[in-house]
Design a protein around this ligand. Structure first.
Ligand code: ATP
Length: 556
């Protein structure tokens, strides 16, 4: 299959805002794709070279790509950098450079999907001495055979910044439409085996029946079950005949997979983090099972095993080198809470109390390192409240209250788990700065700096950055308003006159030396603009931010 056919579909998808139309465009592509390259085409259409859970990366960053474009087109690296400054997107830079080159030379070769995938896949295996030159050679080879529009998407794919608005739901519906299968079955298959490339091939070959036979497999992550929020412990406890309360730890969810002595660790976002946590992989070897998939929450601790804030742990998740040193600096501890697969048998259909019994048989606890989470199985409100208080006092998030009689439903926020966390009131904050976006968003000011007011000095002090929760239209609108208020520009960063007040929700407030206020909102999200009824002087004060910060540890 020729790469240009895929590129034509990308171009159509990029222009098309409607979800249904996108499904149609994509399903036309999938229908005409030969079976041998279907898996690759589906994966590429999601902007990936490897499935979401693969730990393989192309390892080509902007700097190397500038070199490649320069080498292939004959332009100097400085010229390429200047073009990047003007156009804001390396894919477009490559397209324009190849257009210029095209006028000077004629093409002799048609790129195929196979050419692209084979060369790009090789990139991840190239490491160590001389690998950079080899990578440059491989991509330059592809680029020199590309038509300008092919160059654009090829480059975006390689540097893994490919966004054409194809969400998972669109791919799911396109697979269903192309091969006449049930979209719910496609989605269920995704929860157990999150790789639409593979699922498309199964759907094409065996239809609904084959999709129903897809099962979990150790070594490939599942899309995990999630909880719902309830306003009070009382309501949560009331919901279940048989309720089990566990602390909700403030860490990272880990799926631990074991098969024939081999261990894999995945996060909730399907990222393979086995390399980042060698000590956990070592503990997991003691699991009493030939094969299993268990779940737990991993938290960072001090040397004595006492919990540390989430930020410490996130450093470990992100760190891909000097792992040994990190293991020493930031010890971790895992609280195990579920098992979904044991000795080649899926356990999702079993109720939680039975799964927990199995978990207890499989785990040989390693104190303060690798243990099963304590569970309070009661409907006694007083006891549960006491348990909740202890969790908050230990700087954890609250409780998970679980239905002991419920099956495990992957991928969904179902009513079998309820989270109980302190409810924090929204804050009214002033926008004091922003950043120009990248790629498709280069015309927009995003990553908006939020500030509270110091009532004594009248100054505005930064306490967070807002990057999500806005529609494209709102981003456009906000950019127009902020542009008029710019007082200082420094590269992509701008400072604006403090005029626009926004109401912001967030998960929690943490201490942070990074911001002028000394506090940072975790996961801030826009609730509404308050320009019509609030001025900057009406924004919430530092004192209020501080009082909510303290309330987090006392509210029961
Ligand atoms: P939050 O952002 O509050 O963690 P969420 O939207 O990420 O919530 P929820 O389903 O609401 O996810 O909460 C479940 C998450 O809480 C799990 O994904 C897991 O990471 C974490 N967690 C901590 N302790 C437990 C526990 N004992 N049982 C289950 N999940 C736990």
């Amino acid at each position: 299959m020729r790469y240009i056919e895929l590129v034509k579909t990308y171009t159509q998808l990029e222009k098309e805002p409607g979800k249904l139309k996108k499904v149609e465009i994509l399903s036309e592509l999938f229908s005409k794709t030969p079976e041998e390259v279907l898996e690759k085409v589906v994966t590429l259409s999601m902007g990936r070279v490897f499935p979401a859970y693969s730990d393989k990366k192309t390892g080509v960053a902007t700097q190397m790509m500038i070199k490649i474009i320069s080498k292939t087109t004959g332009l100097s690296e400085k010229d390429v950098v200047n073009k990047l400054k003007n156009l804001g997107d390396l894919g477009i830079v490559a397209e324009k450079c190849m257009e210029a080159k095209r006028q000077a030379s004629l093409f002799t070769r048609n790129l195929t999907v196979d050419d692209v995938v084979t060369n790009v896949e090789k990139l991840s295996d190239l490491v160590g001495k001389g690998s950079q030159e080899k990578k440059i050679g491989l991509i330059s080879n592809l680029l020199s055979s590309s038509k300008p529009e092919e160059a654009k998407y090829l480059i975006k794919t390689v540097i893994e910044t490919f966004r054409i608005g194809v969400a998972e739901g669109i791919v799911r519906d396109a697979i269903a439409k192309s091969f006449g299968v049930n979209p719910t079955l496609v989605e269920n298959a995704w929860f157990l085996r999150p790789n639409y490339g593979e699922i498309a091939v199964v759907a094409k070959k065996g239809g609904n029946e084959a999709l129903e036979r897809i099962e979990m497999e150790p070594g490939k992550p599942i899309v995990v079950m999630l909880g719902e929020k309830e306003p009070s412990i009382e309501e949560a406890i009331d919901k279940y005949e048989d309720a089990g309360a566990e602390w909700k730890f403030d860490g990272v969810r880990l799926q631990i997979h074991k098969k024939d002595g081999k261990i894999w660790l995945f996060t909730r976002r399907l990222e393979n983090v086995t390399g980042q946590f060698p000590e956990i992989a070592e503990y997991a070897k003691s699991l009493n099972a030939k094969s299993c998939i268990i779940e737990g929450e991993c938290i960072a601790t001090d040397k004595e095993g006492n919990p540390l804030p989430f930020q410490k742990l996130s450093r470990r998740v992100q760190r891909k080198y000097d792992i040994k040193e990190m293991t020493r600096k930031v010890p971790v501890r895992v609280y195990l809470f579920d098992i979904v697969y044991l000795n080649s048998k899926p356990l999702m259909g079993e109720i939680f109390s039975k799964r927990r019994e199995k978990l207890e048989k499989v785990v040989k606890p390693i104190p303060k390192k690798f243990e099963i989470v304590e569970q309070l199985r009661t409907k006694d409100l007083k006891k549960v409240r006491e348990f909740y208080k202890k969790s908050l006092e230990s700087k954890q998030e609250g409780l998970m209250i679980k239905n002991m009689a419920a099956k495990y439903q992957p991928g969904r926020r179902v009513g079998s788990w309820i989270k109980i966390k302190p409810v924090l009131e929204p804050l009214d904050l002033v926008i004091t700065g922003a950043e120009w976006g990248k790629g498709k968003r280069s015309k927009w000011l995003s990553s908006v700096e939020l500030s509270c007011r110091d009532a004594d000095s009248g100054e505005f002090l930064e306490c967070g950055k807002l990057g999500t929760g806005l529609t494209d239209e709102q981003f456009g609108d906000l950019t127009r308003k902020l542009k008029k208020l710019i007082v200082k520009e420094d590269g992509v960063n701008v400072k604006v006159k403090p005029e626009i007040v926004v109401e912001v929700g967030y998960e929690e407030i943490q201490k942070s030396p990074k911001y002028g206020s000394g506090f940072a909102l975790r996961f801030p999200r826009l609730l509404r603009f308050r320009e019509s009824d609030k001025k900057a002087v009406d924004a919430d004060t530092l004192e209020r931010v501080e009082s909510i910060f303290k309330q987090q540890f006392s509210d029961v």
